[in-house]
Ligand binder design. Structure first.
Ligand code: SF4
Length: 297
């Protein structure tokens, strides 16, 4: 069968050439398909262009050409994505059965999967990625047009119960009109359900969220994952930003978060731009810029 690889993954595996980029630590793969039925307003898959996802191109390869390079690589994980195309559940099971040969931990990011499919995948995959995306039900209803806005929470609860709480990662898109307290409550709900949380920055030609707001969202997500409550977090972020200096000294909370080993370079920034999610440890200059953006100097 054929699979698409993110251009960064294909370059890292020596399957294509290109300019110098930050190296991925996970292999990003996608099942090719037609027009996604989800109708999400932020995603090119809804317009039927499976060469594009999250601002990067995805060249197509036969699996026989990618298994050995994957096996021989030092990539820490495989992330397999599929959009809402006919028979996507069967396609995921088929692709995972092949990728399993690489011996790498596999994450599957897909539209809701049935219990039957989750049970088939259980012994072969490490984690499931779930696109909650909109922090509130209203935003989700607006941007994920063809889904019931509650279906992704139902899926998250079901997957966490079936696979175990530490095998689910919830994706949120920051900057689609939610407030910081609304985002914090959404992330809190996912953390309480046993999920790791992974943030993406909304990006369109018309709108990119303010960098200070994105950094606050990263801090809130990190603190929630470390047991702080939404009320404590909003109070620190809004009223006592001076307390944040020590917390951010190592810059860890601004790195890509989610499944272990996932760094997603260029999913939310172009080469040469300031990273929203840093795919590697931050430099002193990068950290100083964040401290300045957060006005805590
Ligand atoms: S956190 Fe990374 S590896 Fe995990 S599902 Fe999301 S994109 Fe894939």
């Amino acid at each position: 069968m054929n699979l698409r690889l993110s251009v960064g993954t294909a370059m890292y595996l020596g399957l294509t050439t290109g300019g110098a980029m930050e190296a991925p630590t996970t292999a990003y793969l996608m099942i090719p398909g037609g027009v996604c039925r989800g109708g999400c307003t932020f995603c090119p898959q809804a317009r039927g262009d499976s060469r594009w996802l999250s601002r990067v191109t995805w060249p197509e390869f036969h699996t026989r050409d990618i298994i050995e390079p994957l096996k021989d690589s030092d990539l820490q994980r495989i992330c397999l994505q599929v959009s809402d195309v006919p028979d996507y559940e069967e396609s995921v099971v088929r692709a995972v059965s092949v990728l399993w040969e690489t011996g790498k931990p596999i994450s599957v990011s897909a539209p809701p999967l049935s219990d039957d499919t989750l049970e088939k995948l259980d012994g072969m995959i490490d984690r499931i990625g779930i696109g909650i995306d909109g922090a509130t039900d209203d935003i989700r209803a607006n941007v994920k047009k063809n889904y019931d806005p509650l279906v992704f929470w139902e899926y998250l609860g079901r997957a966490a119960k079936l696979l175990g709480p530490h095998r689910v990662t919830a994706h949120f898109i920051v900057g689609m009109g939610e407030s910081l307290p609304q985002l914090t409550l959404g992330v809190y709900r996912a953390v309480n359900a046993g999920a790791n949380v992974s943030l993406f920055s909304y990006m369109s030609k018309e709108h990119i969220p303010d960098i200070r707001y994105y950094r606050q969202a990263q801090m809130a997500s990190h603190l929630l994952s470390n047991g702080r409550t939404p009320t404590e977090i909003i109070e620190v972020l809004m009223e006592h930003p001076e307390e944040l200096g020590e917390m951010i000294a190592d810059g860890e909370m601004f790195r890509t978060r989610g499944c272990p080993g996932c760094n997603r370079p260029y999913y939310t920034t172009r080469p040469g731009e300031e990273h929203r999610n840093f795919p590697r440890p931050l430099t002193r200059v990068e950290l100083d810029k964040i401290i300045e953006d957060l006005s805590i100097v």
